[in-house]
Design a protein around this ligand. Structure first.
Ligand SMILES: Cc1ncc(COP(=O)(O)O)c(C=O)c1O
Length: 424
């Protein structure tokens, strides 16, 4: 049996429409190679993970060196040096007074832990999240995920979770236009607190850009308005940087674009350039509201993943990767705008840094062009480019390549997208 046949027989893949028909053998930088030796330009980074490039030499070297010394000890039973060093580094590079990190393994674990911490600190029990958001596949994280396509057949979910319309200007819930709307969607938070809660809201949880929702990009002053309302009601701001973190949006963390200070910030995906690791960081007084017995993770803060993360962050800082992402993203958006003039299917191009969404629509009513999106993805694959596809309507091409991608490779991506759009 070959790999695809074994997947069909032994791997549970019934929960995905399809696995992309590429059997990957190896990858380097922004290039993925399949078992037949065909090369592809990676535009999805294993869902926004490989920011510092595939098999980044520094990251691999650090992980290998750590592996020869210690693979696991449980970083909450014994002290482990890489875990301590990484926590110190995160306190240095995260915004504001964020200081103490709890480490886990994946995004959902970080979000769920942060929710628990917010409850512990505030003594309150409710959460407000955004429509069109995605925060993970565990019970609590699905409870704050604002998309029934992810929650269907899994309910009922946690009580005490309610939703605010997303800052999705292209499909404004209030049918208004920015800036004339004066951030109606953010101001609606007051109503949501008043009418949808039992006045025990521990936290408001949001992504700086809504990744799975379709790279929905809030207006620049959105979070300032949200912060004002949260402060008034003594509600914590929980920022989900799982997808936006580590240079992806042109800043080290996505929330830095908005000038607000999170109370708790959650990270995963790109933290260790492919090694499984996650964390949530909080101010000291918030972090210390966990009491003995409240929380733990067997693999969380694994020494190999932490060593990889340290090398990854050093590489990101030394090469100014966030600024590179910003510049490359501006270049790419300009090129894509050129395509938008020629291809009617392109409704909107949005995003920050190298987190770019191309929303596809069929007509002036903005009917989501989801089947067309799949076709474009298939054609791109044939031609050697691997974009993502997502959004609440399944009609947003996601261009989220490794941040080390070259200008030449980006030009090639645009050329192939152009060709793919012409074939639709
Ligand atoms: C913003 C956001 N939060 C949380 C998660 C969940 O992360 P994981 O799949 O590592 O549990 C994701 C995954 O896509 C995400 O994009």
């Amino acid at each position: 049996m070959n790999t695809i046949e074994k997947y069909k027989k032994y791997v549970n893949i019934s929960m995905v429409e399809k696995v992309q028909p590429v059997v990957i053998e190896k990858a380097n930088g922004a290039i993925i190679s399949d078992i037949k030796g065909k090369n592809y330009i990676d535009c999805f980074s294993g869902i926004a993970v490989i920011n510092a490039g595939h098999c980044n030499e520094k990251v691999i070297e650090a992980a290998k060196a750590q592996m020869e010394k210690l693979v696991h000890c449980c970083s909450y039973v014994y002290y482990s040096q890489p875990t301590a060093d990484l926590a110190e580094k995160l306190a240095q590079i995260t915004p504001g007074r964020l200081q103490k990190t709890f480490f886990g393994n994946g995004g959902a674990e970080a979000i769920e832990g942060a929710m628990r911490l917010a409850k512990q600190f505030t003594g309150k029990t409710e959460f407000i999240a955004l429509q069109a958001s995605f925060h993970g596949r565990s019970y609590a994280t699905l409870s704050v995920t604002g998309n029934n396509a992810r929650k269907r057949r899994g309910g009922p979910y946690m009580v005490g979770c309610t939703f605010l319309p997303a800052p999705y200007c292209y499909r404004c819930f209030f049918e208004l236009e920015y800036p004339k709307c004066r951030l109606r969607c953010a101001r609606a938070l007051e109503d949501i607190i008043r009418f949808n809660t039992y006045d025990s809201v521990a936290g408001f949880i949001a992504e700086p850009l809504l990744g799975e929702g379709g790279i929905i990009t809030p207006p620049d002053d959105y979070f300032l308005e949200i912060e004002k309302i949260l402060k008034k009601h003594e509600i914590l701001l929980l920022i989900d940087e799982v997808q936006t973190g580590f240079g992806r949006t042109g800043k080290i963390f996505g929330i830095e674009h908005y000038g607000v200070e999170p109370d708790i910030m959650m990270m995963a995906k790109a933290i260790a350039d492919g090694f499984p690791l996650s964390g949530f960081i909080a101010r000291e007084e918030i972090a210390d509201s966990f009491k003995p017995g409240d929380h733990l993770s067997t693999f969380g803060g694994n020494p190999v993943s932490c060593a990889a993360a340290i090398a990854n962050i050093d590489f990101m800082l030394e090469t100014n990767l966030a600024a590179q992402a910003f510049e490359k993203g501006e270049f790419l958006k300009k090129e894509l705008e050129r395509l938008a003039k020629r291809h009617k299917l392109i409704g909107e191009i949005r995003g920050k840094g190298l987190m770019i969404g191309i929303e596809l629509v069929r007509d002036s009513q903005r009917t989501p062009a989801n089947t067309e999106g799949s076709k474009i993805r298939d054609i791109c694959l044939e031609l050697g480019v691997l974009p993502g596809l997502g959004g609440v309507f399944g009609n947003v091409l996601r261009i989220q390549p490794p941040l080390v991608i070259s200008k030449g490779q980006l030009e090639e991506v645009v050329k192939i997208l152009d060709l793919a759009f012409s074939k639709i």
